[in-house]
Design a protein around this ligand. Structure first.
Ligand code: ADP
Ligand code: MG
Length: 698
């Protein structure tokens, strides 16, 4: 048995391996490419490819693939073996720099939203040397970006890398103004906490809704749910512990910093959190984590559900995106400093985030919008669809003092007036952990809590990085031209607080009164569904910012809006069709069988003794017959709503029909079926119930 330190990263072509297998010269130029984005020349690429292949073959790899993240939200790979024929009939294992740098998957089936006409199907993948290559199974996986021949991004990695670059550029400008000339790079880092459900394979196989949609479309509440709060942080069952152990081993081999594991609030729900790392790598790692979670589950006779809302009535699963920005010198720019001077810089970065979140509430909402996550946002366990920022009492008091030119009543009583030298020293806020805020400051990072469990974290971080880069750009423009830096700085911080304080909310985000205040008094946005928010991706304000920051082109934005709406429509349509099928071929016949047997019993009883009332049977048969009629009628209505989608004039209209007619009809059908479930004998019910599924792993 290898120890953790021995096996950690054993399947990764990381810095340790590079140092040991590359010549000093090749290593140096590769490092320059990784750290500073310098172009890589062909001879270096060849040397790296050769070394990578030798290393991979020594680990048992036979194939390589460019591993990329198309807009389907999952990762894609096409394997090629290393073999190359020799004249004597044997083969050698080969891999060239050209193959490492660029690939040409036949990409016609990946969504492009019209960016790549199918007749010119080819896109290409380009090596992203900032994320290490790794071995999965017998395949060397090379993280790549995926673009069309016209240069348009067809993936999630390309805009993510662009957004990191935008943030780097603007943050460096600001740091320079604070006299920081030695910093070379600013990067954003993320630690995504991943929630998931584990159920047994038998339960999963028996439910078409789980198999086709990843969530249950029917199911009456189990007698026991999460009300006892006995699952959260509870003792981990041996079968789950065995799963987690193998999962950790697999993740560690891939250099993924799996750190924390625990049971979550709902029965059968768990969480895994890694140690944070660079956003780009964290994104790759999170995609891999989700894939391996599912793979390892199947080895244990389990299924890992990553859907945002697999079960009604208990918590859904999210992903908390812990985000910070730091310099290559190790300074966290969201960490309150030791000196007033450092604190002024901290306050400016804090203000940049506050302004960004307020100005681009819609983009943040859009970045987490999927049919699955719509069930979660606004339900009472997740943050609401309204975005606000939690800062905590101390920081809030500091901002209020600045806004009002009032003395700050913190650790030191200091007049909050002009400039840097009088901004106070204040400590990290350790007091409050507001769990209801969609966007909470947690001492030295922000926790964006609206992401769905199955979302790629790329989208949220693209928007976050881009919006903060935009705030920083505005600040840098103003400060660079300022006559008196300190006066201007103070003025700007004050103005940001005044202009954007409406986005700061330290209370309970689940409270209905808050939603009312947020929307009616503060004018914050409340886009409840994907259909509501997605078209705003193209609003002038948003398109201007994203193109100015060079994160997206207009054509890319249009294509993404179309693809996301298409995904929304397709997923809900699949759900509707699955419901129709289950209701018609499983639920209605089961209820009918039960009704017939009850009626038969009543007839048999009456035949024995005509005077028995058979009140139980009569009442039940009446109720069941009425419910069957309702079910059949609701199926018809839902079928009609789905058929009408064919008349939609475009994808925006179709998504509105999904929201306004298909989803409500689905909900009506479900209500009738769930009611039938509660009065039909269990032995007749055609698939496992919530009670069976949620407590299936023992
Ligand atoms: P919590 O109290 O919310 O559980 P933790 O400190 O345990 O907070 O962190 C939760 C996640 O946040 C982990 O993935 C952790 O690595 C990550 N994290 C911690 N510090 C930072 C940071 N400076 N930037 C980004 N993520 C961070
Ligand atoms: Mg958490």
């Amino acid at each position: 048995m290898k120890t953790v330190t021995e096996s950690f990263g054993s399947m990764v072509f990381d810095d340790r391996v590079m140092k040991s297998v590359l010549s000093a010269e090749v290593y140096r130029s590769l490092k320059k490419t990784i750290d500073e984005g310098a172009p890589l020349d062909a001879s270096v690429a060849n040397a790296v490819a050769q070394a990578m292949k030798d290393w991979a073959v020594s680990k048992g790899a036979t194939h390589y693939t460019h591993w990329f993240q198309p807009l389907t939200g999952i990762t894609a790979e096409k394997h090629d073996s290393f073999i190359s024929p020799s004249p004597d009939g044997s083969v050698i294992m080969e891999f060239s720099g050209k193959e490492l740098l660029k690939g040409e998957p036949d990409a016609s089936s990946f969504p492009s939203g019209g960016l790549r006409a199918t007749f010119e199907a080819r896109g290409y993948t380009a090596w992203d040397p900032t994320s290490y290559a790794f071995i999965k199974g017998k395949t060397l996986c090379i993280p790549t970006a995926f673009c069309s021949y016209g240069g348009h991004a067809l993936d999630k990695k390309t805009p993510l890398l662009r957004s990191m670059e935008a943030l780097n550029k603007q943050a460096l400008r600001v740091l320079k103004l604070f006299g920081n000339d030695t910093v070379k790079r600013v990067v954003s880092s993320v630690g995504p906490e991943q929630e998931y459900f584990l159920i047994t394979k038998e339960m999963y196989d028996a439910r078409p809704d789980l198999r086709f949609c990843g969530r249950t479309l029917f199911g009456a509440k189990a007698p026991k749910g999460q009300e006892m709060d006995d699952h959260y942080f509870g003792a981990i069952k041996p079968r789950v512990a065995a799963y987690m152990e193998e999962l950790n081993d697999e993740l560690w081999k891939l250099g993924i910093l799996a750190k924390t594991e625990h049971n979550e609030v709902a029965p059968a729900q768990h969480e895994l959190a890694p140690i944070y790392t660079t956003t780009n790598v964290a994104t790759d790692h999170n995609q891999l984590t989700m894939e391996i979670m599912q793979k390892v589950a199947s080895k244990h006779g389990l299924v890992c559900l990553l859907h945002e809302k697999p079960f009604a009535g208990v918590n859904g699963s999210g992903k908390h995106n812990n985000w910070s920005i730091s310099t290559d010198e190790g300074q966290n720019l969201l960490s309150p400093g030791e000196t007033p001077y450092e604190n002024a810089q901290f306050l400016l970065f804090l203000c940049a985030v506050i302004k960004a979140v307020d100005d681009y509430q819609d983009l943040l909402r859009i970045s987490v919008a999927t049919a699955g996550n719509d069930h979660r946002l606004g339900a009472n366990e997740a943050p609401p669809a309204v975005i606000s920022i939690f800062l905590g009492d101390e920081l809030n008091a500091v901002l209020e003092a600045i806004e009002n030119d009032a003395p700050y009543e913190g650790t030191k009583k200091t007049q909050m007036k002009l400039g840097v030298d009088v901004l106070p020293k204040f400590n990290r806020d350790t007091t409050d952990r507001n769990r209801t805020s969609p966007f909470a400051f947690t001492g030295n990072k922000f926790e964006f809590r609206m992401l769905g469990s199955s979302n790629s974290i790329a989208c949220a971080n693209i928007m976050l990085n881009a919006a903060v880069a935009e705030s920083l750009k505005i600040y840098a423009d103003r400060l660079e031209g300022a006559e008196d830096f300190e006066t201007k700085l103070h003025e700007m911080i004050k103005k940001t607080i005044k202009d954007h304080k409406r986005i700061i909310f330290n209370g309970n985000g689940y409270d209905d009164a808050w939603i009312k205040e947020a929307t009616e008094v503060r004018g914050l946005l409340n886009y409840r569904t994907t259909a509501d928010c997605m078209p705003h991706l193209l609003d002038k304000k948003n398109a201007d910012m994203l193109t100015a920051q060079k994160v997206f082109t207009i054509a890319e934005l249009q294509s993404r809006c179309d693809i996301m709406l298409e995904n929304y429509c397709k997923s809900v349509t699949i759900e509707a069709n699955t419901m129709i099928d289950m209701a018609k071929t499983q639920i209605a016949p089961a209820v009918e069988r039960f009704t017939a047997d009850i009626a038969k019993n009543a007839a048999a009883k009456k035949a024995l003794d005509a005077s028995v009332a058979c009140a139980y049977e009569t009442g039940l048969v009446k109720k069941l017959s009425a419910l069957t009629d309702t079910i059949v009628a609701k199926v018809d209505e839902l079928q009609g709503a789905v058929a009408a989608l064919g008349d939609a004039k475009d994808i925006i209209a179709e998504s509105a029909m999904i929201r306004d007619s298909v989803l409500p009809k689905m909900s009506e059908l479900r209500t009738a079926c769930d009611e039938a479930e509660t009065i039909t004998a269990k032995s007749y019910w055609p698939f496992p119930t919530y009670a069976d599924i949620l407590f299936s792993v023992r």
